[in-house]
Write a protein that binds this ligand. Structure first.
Ligand SMILES: [Zn+2]
Length: 558
């Protein structure tokens, strides 16, 4: 069979991927405002740009043995991306790719649907059949390398020409539609993978910088009989606007409303997340750094849990999801996600209530010296993880019906999708209620001074502006993805210990806070003294009693 010239293969594949592999991009461009001639200029300019850039990448790989595997991967990537962009309005940036890399089987299963193989067949099938039918002509390693370089230069020439011809339209498009650049298949994935690798490689070899090496327990530990026990609940994909406590029209949080009215629970109504996915938000919440300082990047420092443990407290992370993203690596941790307890577990996963089972025993099993000083418990929820929202709630906990029972979100009537999502919020309300009751029981029994802080990791899009799920680049993410719910509750004993006044907390909770405050607020409630603590970032500190108000500023409480 006659071999194919590499140049032909490169450009044929580049053209195919630019057109058939980028349907969501062209749909988006077609839907933009502007005159027909402007849109035509955009189609031509952007089309040449995408084709040229794809051809440049392929040209650099056009050795006979390398080209076909690389081309196969890129065609498949374009096809998978097309499916997820089309289905969920997702775009592929480094954060989204990191999410994909760290996912688990259960999450993947939730994302699968029948339209996926169909899209892959349509987008990747024809070019793969064509590429693998005939081999590439071989002309020796060195001459081919020179040709590859020339081919890449020619492709760059095309890019320059496209930009020069349509500069006005392209420049304003890229300025106003930043997310478009993450819609260009398969270059978005090539870019994200390169960025991710560059971020991970040097750091994985380096040890984390220690944090709070001077951490000590504060003066409140001397004067109190009962050790404090703080439960931190890390929510999943809960967005603030669907919380009844935040004025949502539906009663999604009846139990929390009761705790608010009768038991001093405080609702923080204006909380901003650090990221739009778990991968970024989770380490960022526990990081000593603010988002602006780089808390949203791969961690270089130890985190909140390390500091609490170093101060002498017992720490336990209970995970009902895909893991703690490295946050709990150096403290005791257990996973409840794949337990097989009848009633709370089903089909390979467990409802969040599983984390409340056998809790007293779990605490009794912690280091006795540490436990006698105090305990910080973290529960990582499955919460409202999509797209299979209906799987997050047991059959008897679905107040809002009918609910969408498909993971092809755009197939469901919007009302049914919201029903399924609201059921997950109502279930989180039920779960937090049970957790609060357990904390109250331990406080009443005199075992601990107890408290709870709940905050979600990021929000969710439920079809607003055609977007679903989350993971949009933070700077351009809609509010649905970054405005998260947060509540706090302290037993009378813990309020007395910390000097935190309830009426003040209620006022404070109406002001804007963010994940930046999490690290310092927890250190404040637990009365851990360290140079890593910043009083200005402790969301609760303004409500602390006289002793704390007179404390010196940042870095040296007490
Ligand atoms: Zn998440």
């Amino acid at each position: 069979m006659k071999a194919r010239r590499p140049l032909v293969a490169v450009w044929a594949l580049a053209l195919w991927l630019s057109v058939a592999g980028n349907v969501p991009l062209w749909e988006r461009v077609g839907g933009l405002a502007g005159s027909p001639s402007q849109r035509l200029a955009l189609f031509v300019g952007l089309g040449l740009l995408v084709a040229g850039a794809t051809a440049a990448v392929l040209s650099l790989m056009a050795w006979p043995r390398v080209f076909r595997p690389v081309a196969t991967v890129l065609a498949l990537v374009s096809a998978f991306n097309t499916h997820f962009m089309h289905q969920y309005g997702a775009v592929i940036d480094p954060g989204m790719l990191a999410n994909v890399v760290q996912t688990d089987v259960r999450e993947v299963r939730d994302l699968l649907s029948w339209s996926l193989p169909a899209t892959v067949l349509l987008v990747a099938g024809p070019p793969l059949w064509w590429i693998w039918r005939r081999p590439l002509a071989s002309r020796g390693w060195l001459p081919q390398t020179a040709r590859n370089a020339l081919g890449a230069l020619a492709a760059l020439g095309l890019i320059v020409a496209a930009v020069l011809l349509t500069y006005q339209d392209l420049a304003s498009l890229m300025r106003n539609q930043k997310s478009l650049r993450y819609m260009i298949n398969p270059l978005n994935t090539v870019y994200a993978a390169t960025r991710l690798a560059a971020q991970q490689l040097p750091r994985s070899a380096r040890a984390l910088q220690p944090m709070g090496e001077d951490a000590r327990l504060g003066a409140s530990y001397a004067g109190h009989q009962r050790p404090p026990l703080l439960l931190l609940v890390v929510g999943e994909t809960a967005r603030a606007q669907n919380f009844g406590l935040n004025g949502y029209a539906r009663p999604t949080t009846p139990a929390l409303a009761r705790w608010q009215a009768e038991e001093g629970l405080v609702n923080f109504g204006q909380v901003q997340s650090c990221g739009t996915n778990t991968q970024v938000s989770l380490p960022c919440m526990f990081s000593p750094l603010t988002r602006a300082q780089g808390g949203d990047r791969v961690a270089e420092h130890e985190n909140l849990l390390d500091v609490l443990q170093r101060a002498g407290l017992a720490v336990l992370w209970i995970d009902n999801q895909a893991g703690c993203k490295g946050v709990c690596a150096r403290v005791p941790h257990v996973s409840t996600a794949s337990l097989r307890l009848p009633g709370v577990c089903d089909d390979g996963e467990c409802f969040d209530a599983v984390m409340l089972q056998g809790l007293d025993e779990r605490i009794a099993a912690l280091d006795p010296d540490r436990r006698a000083r105090g305990v910080v418990l973290v529960m990582h929820q499955m919460g409202s993880h999509g797209p299979a929202y209906f799987k997050r709630t047991p059959p008897d906990r679905k107040p809002f019906v009918p609910e969408c029972a498909s993971n092809t979100l755009s197939d469901c009537p919007p009302g049914e999708l919201v029903n399924a999502y609201d059921n997950t919020i109502a279930y989180t309300d039920h779960f937090l209620d049970a957790a609060l009751q357990w904390l109250k029981r331990r406080a009443t029994a005199g075992a601990n001074d107890t408290g709870l802080i709940y905050v979600s990791d990021h929000g969710e899009s439920l079809g607003e502006s055609g977007l679903y799920l989350h993971g949009m680049a933070w700077a351009i993410a809609p509010r649905e993805q970054t405005h998260v719910p947060m509540v706090a509750w302290l037993s009378a004993g813990l309020r007395e210990r910390t000097g935190l006044r309830e009426d003040c907390l209620r006022n404070r909770a109406a002001e804007p806070v963010s994940h930046d405050h999490f690290f310092h607020s927890v250190l404040g409630v637990m009365d851990v003294t360290t140079g890593a603590y910043r009083r200005s970032l402790d969301a609760l500190a303004p409500c602390a009693g006289a002793a704390l108000v007179q404390a010196p500023q940042d870095g040296a409480r007490r």
